[in-house]
Write a protein that binds this ligand. Structure first.
Ligand SMILES: *[C@@H]1O[C@H](CO)[C@@H](O)[C@H](O)[C@H]1NC(C)=O
Length: 382
């Protein structure tokens, strides 16, 4: 009795299951992928009488896009290289003799922003004119859009007006420096995109004005000398260097407003000219540069042979930066002859030579850079 009852209950349960229309579950139910990623949805029949037929549909019976494929048993739908058009709902419809069951999956294709600006890349504006820079941006989620100006490495945000589809910045040109590089940047959590417009100001050129940091320079022989020149004006002037009445020293290096002379010598002294040129004219600025040099001393004559009672005259001559002072001494510490006279110009005279005046004499020439020595040998015969 009990057994029959149990069998009946079981059979009716089985019958209800077998007589059911299909029930499906979707895995996953939602997916968000980046553009060009690949994603699959699986439609699983959890109950219902076999045979069950599976079918995938888009809303409004749109056909499946060409990059959407259904696997051989119909349960797996794969979207390869997802694009924005693949976004939306995918319904899996399961059909058996008892009826239909359906499951739904939703795909989101994330879109980093893309911007387009008008005018594109470049626009010319006259002084006194106005131009509107328009930025269109797409992307999902909707990006935030900003116009800014690149100004000496900084970004200056511009006031702009926003409509549904674009953001517009007005650029009023009252002076050449109102031109420059303007950038529209769109940003959402999936990425950033930007586009540049160059605003070129027509007319309004200003003559250059060149200035040097130092108008007078003193260097010591062998040093490296650097001169700096700056110029205002529009368009930005080009700076060239030259030397008055002489070519630039061969070892010079000029870069922009900087002139560098390495290992300078006395011959590099002189006047250097910075020339700033643009379409409106040119401007010159001058640097007077002196190279200080060590004295280089010689004597005339460099040896003296005389008789006792003769007179002697020896001149010490030095090249180098002025002023130069001269000092005569005797080598070995002997005293100068009582009849010796020394002038500021380095001339040593002895009116009546004695035998004891024989020996070596030293002239030391000194300037503010340093000193130099030279010798003369005096031989007095009896
Ligand atoms: C400076 O440049 C201008 C224009 O190029 C030229 O006429 C002038 O002679 C230059 N001056 C010097 C000193 O080179």
């Amino acid at each position: 009795m009990e057994v029959i009852k149990a069998t009946l209950i079981f059979s009716s349960l089985l019958l209800t299951v077998l007589a059911q229309k299909p029930v499906v579950s979707m895995e996953p139910r939602t997916a968000a992928v980046n553009q060009d990623d690949t994603v699959s949805f699986r439609c699983r029949v959890t109950s219902g009488a076999q045979p069950v037929q599976l079918e995938w549909k888009r809303p409004n019976n749109q056909p499946l896009a060409d990059n959407v494929k259904v696997g051989p048993d119909g349960s797996v739908l794969t979207i390869a290289f997802a694009r924005p058009g693949n976004q939306g709902q995918y319904r899996c419809i399961a059909t058996n003799a008892q009826g239909k069951g359906a499951g739904m999956a939703t795909l989101t294709v994330k879109q980093p922003p893309k911007v387009r600006v008008t005018p594109a890349s470049q626009v010319k504006v006259k002084v006194g004119g106005v131009t509107s820079l328009v930025c269109h941006a797409s992307g999902k989620p909707r990006p935030s859009i900003t116009w800014f100006k690149q100004d000496a490495g900084r970004e200056v945000v511009l006031v702009s007006t926003t409509t549904d589809t674009s953001v517009t910045a007005k650029v009023t040109v009252t002076a050449p420096q109102d031109g420059g590089t303007f950038v529209c940047r769109a940003q959402n959590k999936d990425g950033t995109s930007e586009e540049k417009v160059e605003v070129l100001v027509e007319g309004g050129a200003r003559e250059p004005k060149a200035t040097v940091h130092q108008t007078d320079m003193v260097a010591v022989e062998g040093q490296t000398v650097t001169m700096h020149c700056q110029a205002t004006g529009f368009p930005t002037p080009v700076i060239t260097w030259s030397k008055l009445r002489a070519p630039l020293p061969w070892q010079h290096k000029a870069e922009g407003g900087t002139l560098m002379l390495s290992n300078v010598g006395r011959q590099d002294s002189g006047q250097y000219i910075c020339n700033a040129t643009n379409s409106a004219g040119f401007s010159e600025a001058y640097v007077q540069m002196e190279v200080d040099t060590l004295p280089y001393a010689t004597t005339i004559p460099d040896r003296v042979t005389a008789r006792r009672g003769d007179s002697m005259r020896v001149q010490c001559i030095a090249h180098g930066s002025h002023p130069i002072s001269y000092r005569w001494t005797r080598v070995g510490g002997a005293a100068m002859s009582s009849g010796a006279k020394i002038t500021k110009e380095g001339v040593l005279t002895i009116a009546q030579l004695k035998v004891t005046d024989s020996g070596t004499y030293k002239c030391m020439a000194t300037n503010h850079v340093g000193n130099s020595e030279t010798f003369v040998t005096v031989t007095v015969r009896a």
